[in-house]
Write a protein that binds this ligand. Structure first.
Ligand code: MF3
Ligand code: CO
Length: 258
């Protein structure tokens, strides 16, 4: 079942979204060479708690995973596409890092992710910056397509046109999702689609759009033995960005903006 949200409910989701956006911005500032990923997770835990929010990922146990998720953030580095568990390893200049975070505030959830190069763009490989840039443009194109009267297939088509057009791959079987009281609701929001096909977009729909692009152009992936960490099958780098958006009469509203 797909639930439509009132504009007041979208405001409530946006209140959670502000906490997500501010926390991600702070984490980006702290993600410097020699930092441990686990330190970023501890920082996130404190920021989320101090904001009066609840970390959604911690203890989350979807059907596909063997164990409940053990951290507040996902920290996905280099060939890790999504769902990297922040461990004791230290960041290095030039790492391509994606940080994903969802929180609940007053029972409503918001979910977002950013990708960037550790140590700043001076330390970045040109290929990594191009990959991140295409991933961000793909997300923006998807958001721009999220207008009343369009269809879900228009969003996927817009995302894929940017990603494939730039020669990058997209991780198969993964995409965005409805967001509301739960982090994962209907509908599934594929990163590929056929223009004019699929669910008609109506005011009140709230969902996350999350392109996951691979540098090599291959779509295959594999899981680590932990059952969570999802890597590109060929070891090439990946980037992931995400916003939770709401459809309004006037078009898309980004609910995870600071
Ligand atoms: N944004 C990701 C997703 O929608 C994060 C989920 S991490 C999990 O799949 F731990 F909560 F599963
Ligand atoms: Co998500």
């Amino acid at each position: 079942m797909i639930e439509l949200k009132t504009s007041g409910e979208m405001d409530a989701i946006a209140a959670a979204g502000v906490v997500v956006a501010r926390t991600l911005a702070a984490l980006r500032g702290h993600a410097r060479p020699d930092r441990r990923l686990s330190e970023l997770d501890e920082l996130a835990a404190g920021l989320v708690r101090d904001a009066g929010a609840k970390p959604t990922f911690l203890g989350y146990h979807p059907r596909f995973a063997p164990t409940p998720y053990p951290a507040v953030i996902c920290a996905s580095r280099n060939d890790v596409v999504v769902h990297g568990i922040p461990g004791r390893e230290r960041l290095r200049a030039g790492d391509l890092l994606s940080i994903d975070l969802a929180v609940h505030v007053d029972g409503w959830c918001a979910d977002s992710a950013i990708s960037f190069v550790v140590g700043g763009d001076d330390h970045a490989a040109a290929d990594d910056l191009a990959l991140i840039d295409a991933t961000e443009r793909a997300l923006q194109a998807g958001i721009d397509a999220a207008c009343p009267g369009k269809r879900l297939g228009d969003i996927g088509a817009a995302v894929a046109a940017i990603a494939r057009g730039a020669g990058f791959g997209m991780v198969a079987d993964h995409g965005g999702h409805g967001v509301g009281r739960s982090m994962h609701e209907a509908p599934h929001v594929p990163n590929e689609g056929r223009p004019g096909y699929g669910l008609r977009l109506r005011p009140g729909l709230v969902f996350a759009i999350e392109p996951m692009l691979t540098a090599s152009g291959l779509d295959e992936y594999r899981y680590d033995p932990d059952g969570w960490t999802l890597r590109t099958a060929d070891g090439s780098r990946a980037a992931h960005v995400e916003h939770t958006i709401g459809i309004t009469e006037d078009g898309p509203r980004i609910l995870t903006a600071s």
